[in-house]
Design a protein. Structure first.
Length: 394
């Protein structure tokens, strides 16, 4: 059996990097993407220059402005970011069809067995980075390991423009180089709880067996922390690649219970998966919502329709309904995902309804936008250029 080679590719400061590339006058300036200063909202992304001021994603925009009043504040141009993302994912597909895209700016590539095509692990990583830079002008970081969790940690290890390889068998040694806060999935509340228990380092965490961790932190959190502290993939990012499902998810830098943020993230995810479905010629009748709480417990919900989903707005509409049913409105959420299940390849035009509904009309608009993008023209969707004005209602 061939040894697994999993690449985690992460586009460094993606939104801000796209803006700096498209607008050279913004290079080396603190660029902050999100709500306008003086309004309610948060930072969606920011450049490394802005991070030097302590600005980070999910920070209230008022705090970002306090820390960096001379920053360049721009609205989220999701249509443009999606356009660039599709271009880069297409490039990744020239290396492997086994791609698991988990957000607009990151993906797992299963490169197992490709050595004869592209060379050693190091050579392949450098080749992918070079092609992305040459074709898009953007910088990526790559982490390579035998499992997804370690590959994701490795891509964060030497940002920006990093290439980190964790040799199979050296996962624990790699983990021991990190701090607790570097372990993906450990948020501020978990760190505080661990500190209360006098657990402040990886070594401290590994001193407790799984039974003790489950007893003091709960079954889900205890098992999760036991595994990741030893370099074992906890399985929370595993899924079959290009199977009969299509999904994207976002992990919040800080757990959130803000409905306004949740709604905007769902809208973003709906457009991401809709454009991916159009690109591949896929369709589905089932929307799936995924939520992960602060204690790592995960729940999913889905709704199946009598007709194929026709637009991103329709996917968003049903995703929002599922969120209202599965989220209590106040428990902090760590991760939110949206997807399509039972995906099938489109075979010609499907039979439409006798009377066109609002989703069919929206689909025509989105098809026109997609066609223009395929021809290289830039189109910006208004609903993704600004924050939606109203949060979801109970």
């Amino acid at each position: 059996m061939k040894e697994k080679r999993i690449f985690h590719v992460d586009l460094d400061a993606f939104y801000a990097s796209v803006e700096q590339r498209d607008h050279p006058e913004l290079k080396e300036k603190p660029v902050i993407i999100g709500a306008r200063p003086g309004t309610r909202g948060v930072v969606s992304a920011c450049s490394y220059e802005a991070r030097a001021f302590g600005v980070h994603s999910a920070m209230p925009i008022s705090e970002a402005y306090r820390r960096c009043p001379r920053g360049v504040y721009l609205p989220v141009n999701m249509a443009r970011y999606q356009e660039v993302s599709i271009q880069i994912m297409d490039l990744f597909e020239t290396f492997t069809p086994a791609i698991q895209q988990i957000s607009v700016d990151e993906a797992f590539l299963d490169m197992t067995g490709t050595e004869r095509l592209f060379g050693t692990t190091d050579q392949t990583g450098k080749m992918i980075k070079k092609q992305v830079l040459n074709q898009t002008g953007l910088v990526i970081s790559v982490g390579i390991a035998a499992n997804r969790y370690i590959a994701k940690l490795a891509s964060d290890f030497d940002k920006p423009d990093g290439l980190t390889i964790v040799i199979p068998g050296e996962e624990e040694a790699f983990i021991e180089k990190l701090e607790l806060k570097d372990l993906w999935g450990i948020g501020t509340k978990t760190l505080a709880r661990l500190s209360d228990l006098n657990i402040n380092t990886i070594t401290d965490l590994k001193a407790l067996d799984e039974e003790n961790l489950r007893a003091v932190l709960g079954p889900s959190s205890g098992s999760f922390l036991y595994k990741i502290s030893r370099g074992i993939d906890p399985g929370i990012m595993n899924e079959s690649v290009h199977s009969r499902s299509l999904s994207n998810e976002i992990t919040f830098e800080k757990d959130t219970a803000d409905r306004f943020i949740m709604e905007n993230v769902l809208l973003e995810l709906a457009h991401q998966i809709s454009f991916r479905a159009m690109k591949h010629g896929w369709h589905s009748k089932t929307v799936v919502l995924k939520l992960r709480q602060s204690d790592f417990s995960t729940t999913t919900a889905q709704i199946s329709l009598q007709h194929n989903l026709t637009s991103a707005e329709e996917i968003f509409h049903h995703g929002l309904d599922l969120l209202k049913k599965r989220w209590d409105g106040h428990s902090p959420v760590r991760l939110i995902g949206l997807g399509l299940a039972s995906v099938q390849e489109s075979k010609g035009e499907h039979q439409g309804e006798l009377f066109e509904n609002e989703w069919e009309r929206q689909k025509k608009v989105e098809n026109a936008v997609f066609d223009l993008k395929q021809k290289g023209q830039r189109v910006v969707k208004a609903s993704l250029l600004k924050n939606r004005k109203k949060p979801m209602k109970d």
